[in-house]
Ligand binder design. Structure first.
Ligand SMILES: [Zn+2]
Length: 397
């Protein structure tokens, strides 16, 4: 057993539950902050814990280039390297590689690309993406897929979907043959504090190298099919036939209208197993993540709260606040009076505006802390709404 979703309440299509991973439990539906380079920009791990983050996402492509997989593996995997004992997910690197446009070439075997850092040549295949993600050691890893571009004609969308399906089979085959190579516990975790050791809930099994009582990573399959509902249905069915412990909806937020994203999500969700995790990749605004959770999505990630924070755009219960505006220069009120985060409890809008206008590093830190808290609180209210059953007020969306 690598992962388990316990569904504890349902309301319409929505479900609330607990995702049990080798590195702890995750309340679902969940928003996963993005820590691209094994770091959520500007926010330390102890603050992430205080915010209530139970699962983080890191990017395979970026970690592969820097610091390199062998370094992370030598350091005992991503959890130990970045001192994060809670659950983690890595993407396959596919999305970033496909975003390189002029720097990549796709073949049946995989994708040749050039590093955005120094132009050096690299090659990513389904097998290589698995090898890298096993070396990183996240609890949940993703199949290497082709993210179909938008717009794509019917022939192109089908060809891309078929390639993703063939790659999904190769990913699963490699993963099944190599999943025992995950770096967890392969050496004594001497660098861990006593508190960290306490958090590690799976005692090391001395008889099996690198296993925490037989736990392994979970490999998720990804549904593609462009913006065609019929192709999405076919992709879902054939990905399920290959068989994964969880399924993601990929290939969205690639430039299509928001209404189309929603239609494709809705039409894909109904074809995914009801008893397994459903992960919608790369969305969205607070309103959108609340909507998708109410539609039955269990897991979501997005760079929006962290990236927007660094640009002074803050999400609050009263709507968006662009903290750079002069109107906040002498505003003594809290950023969001309804927010319980350490920023809103302590600082005024005037101070936050000053920090941003002065280009102080602290502006990025505080803005990110608040935005993450707002996203996490949004999901907490959706979970409460699902669990409350009848009579409760639905979350704002
Ligand atoms: Zn706040």
């Amino acid at each position: 057993m690598s992962i388990q979703l316990q569904i504890e309440a349902t309301r319409g299509s929505a479900r609330a539950g607990t995702l049990i991973t080798p590195h702890g439990e995750v309340e679902t539906p969940v928003f996963m902050p993005v820590g691209t380079l094994a770091s959520v920009k500007g926010v330390s791990q102890d603050v992430l814990e205080e915010l209530g983050v139970q699962i983080l996402l890191s990017n395979t492509y970026h970690l592969y280039l820097r610091p390199g997989i062998e370094t992370v593996r030598q350091m005992g995997g991503l959890h130990r390297f970045m001192s994060w004992d809670r659950a983690m997910l890595t993407d396959s690197g596919g999305f970033q590689v496909f975003s390189l446009n002029d720097l990549r070439k796709v073949s049946e075997e995989g994708v040749a690309f050039r590093s955005h850092l120094d132009g050096s040549p690299h090659f990513l295949s389904p097998e290589k993406a698995m090898e890298i993600q096993i070396g990183l050691g996240a609890d949940i890893i993703m199949a290497f897929d082709e993210c179909t571009e938008y717009p794509a004609d019917a022939q192109r969308a089908r060809a891309s979907m078929e390639l993703t399906l063939r790659w999904a089979e190769r990913c699963k085959k490699y993963f099944e043959e190599h999943k025992g190579e995950v770096p967890w516990g392969s050496s004594q975790p001497s660098a861990l504090s006593s508190q960290q050791k306490q958090v590690l809930r799976f005692a090391q099994d001395d008889n099996s190298k690198g296993h925490w009582k037989g736990q392994t990573q979970a490999l998720f399959g990804i549904v593609q099919g462009g913006m065609d509902a019929a192709l999405r249905r076919e992709s879902a069915g054939r990905t399920i036939d290959i068989g994964f412990p969880g399924y993601a909806i990929g290939g969205l937020s690639v430039g299509e209208p928001r209404e189309l994203t929603r239609d494709i999500v809705e039409s894909t969700l109904e074809h995914l197993p009801s008893d397994q995790p459903r992960y919608l990749m790369g969305v969205g605004t607070p309103e959108e993540i609340a909507q998708y959770a109410q539609s039955g999505v269990d897991m979501m990630d997005c760079v929006l709260p962290t990236r927007a924070a660094r640009h002074g755009l803050l999400f609050t219960s009263e709507g968006k606040v662009s903290i750079k505006q002069a109107r906040y220069a002498q505003d003594e009120s809290a950023l969001d009076p309804a927010c319980d985060c350490r920023v809103c409890q302590r600082y005024s809008r005037a101070y936050l505006r000053h920090l941003y206008a002065s280009n102080e590093l602290l502006a990025q830190v505080l803005n990110t802390v608040h935005n993450l808290r707002f996203y996490l609180a949004t999901m907490r209210s959706v979970r409460g709404w699902i669990r409350a059953g009848r009579g409760a007020t639905p979350p704002v969306c």
